[in-house]
Design a protein around this ligand. Structure first.
Ligand SMILES: Nc1ncnc2c1ncn2[C@@H]1O[C@H](COP(=O)(O)OP(=O)(O)OP(=O)(O)O)[C@@H](O)[C@H]1O
Ligand SMILES: [Mg+2]
Length: 295
């Protein structure tokens, strides 16, 4: 892996507008401090105009149990940078399980059958369209990369290495102003077994010993990554980040966030008919008990 950039301490009071990036992210993605502290320096390098040329601003592989905030991280970053969680380009790798489907990403060359039907999924316009007035940094998410056909890896390798992708029509896309996130369930089964050694019979409280367990999860994740991807692929990733299971305290905060989001939805939609959502502590306990599961 590459060495992470040294975090920038701005000479004059931030210059970032809207408060500290790390704090803003941590208030949106609960209980994953390691992920945020790995990612934020790359955004700061870009903001400072010091991101290296000829490569993407940052490349992150996000691993870990389902529902722990991997996708949420990219959405939160989109929200903080661009004011909307939707300002990101997401490629669902499950849609590229066959070799010929990978061609859809770059579009067929002119003259080939299907040229008109296959608009490339990644184009410079699409990358530019997910930036905003406040930031020119594009966020590109390849969700569940392990599902894609092997040719996707070759395509990604060139993107990660040279920050360019040549499309079927011979134009190319530049990724020097792009943060790339790869998410994967690699190692997730082994991680679940680690967390639930008796398949749930005598399960650890979801989170018992979880801090100590994080190192174990990380090594499971790393092992799976090294088995699946070539060393040259792994070398082009800036950080492999393993998300940890959420503990009870994190779940409480996430419940509060979701209730607040529900309240906002009600207020926005119902106007003068809006009402306040209040939860008894029994109701909270019920939601936390029934609404969460380690799996
Ligand atoms: N750490 C977190 N902080 C805040 N909300 C979270 C967190 N983790 C999960 N959530 C909530 O759960 C939902 C699902 O999480 P998310 O989509 O990020 O899971 P994931 O890690 O990407 O899982 P998968 O591996 O299944 O894709 C989020 O939209 C969010 O509402
Ligand atoms: Mg996800």
């Amino acid at each position: 892996m590459r060495t992470p950039p040294i975090p920038i301490r701005p000479r004059r009071n931030g210059g970032q507008g809207g408060g500290d990036l790390l704090e803003q992210l941590q208030s949106r993605v609960i209980g994953q401090p390691q992920a945020m502290t790995e990612i934020v320096p790359y955004v700061r390098m870009h903001r400072a105009g010091l991101a290296p040329e000829g490569r993407p601003v940052g490349v992150f592989l996000l691993l870990g149990p389902t529902g722990t905030g991997k996708t949420r991280t990219v959405e939160a970053l989109a929200d903080v940078l661009h004011g909307s969680e939707r300002n990101l380009l997401k490629i669902d790798c499950g849609e590229f399980q066959m070799e010929h489907e990978v061609a859809k990403l770059i579009g067929a060359p002119p003259g080939y059958l299907g040229h008109r039907e296959t608009q490339p999924l990644i184009t410079q316009q699409k990358l530019n369209a997910v930036t905003s007035e406040s930031s020119n940094l594009s966020l590109l998410l390849f969700d569940e990369i392990e599902k894609a056909a092997p040719s996707m890896n070759r395509l990604l390798l060139s993107v990660l290495d040279k920050a360019t992708l040549r499309l079927g029509d011979n134009t190319s896309v530049n990724f020097e102003r792009t943060l790339i996130f790869l998410t994967s369930n690699l190692g997730a089964d082994a991680m679940r077994k680690q967390l639930l050694p008796d398949f749930g019979f005598e399960a650890m409280s979801p989170m018992a010993g979880e801090r100590a367990g994080l190192a174990k999860l990380q090594s499971i994740g790393w092992g799976a990554v090294k088995r699946k991807f070539s060393p040259e692929f792994v070398n082009r990733i800036d950080a492999v980040i393993t998300y940890q299971p959420l503990d009870d305290a994190a779940m409480e905060i996430i419940l509060d966030q979701q209730i607040a989001a529900l309240q906002k939805h009600i207020d926005d939609r119902l106007d003068e008919n809006a009402f306040d959502v209040e939860l008894t502590s029994d109701a909270r306990a019920l939601l936390l008990a029934r609404g969460t599961s380690l799996e």
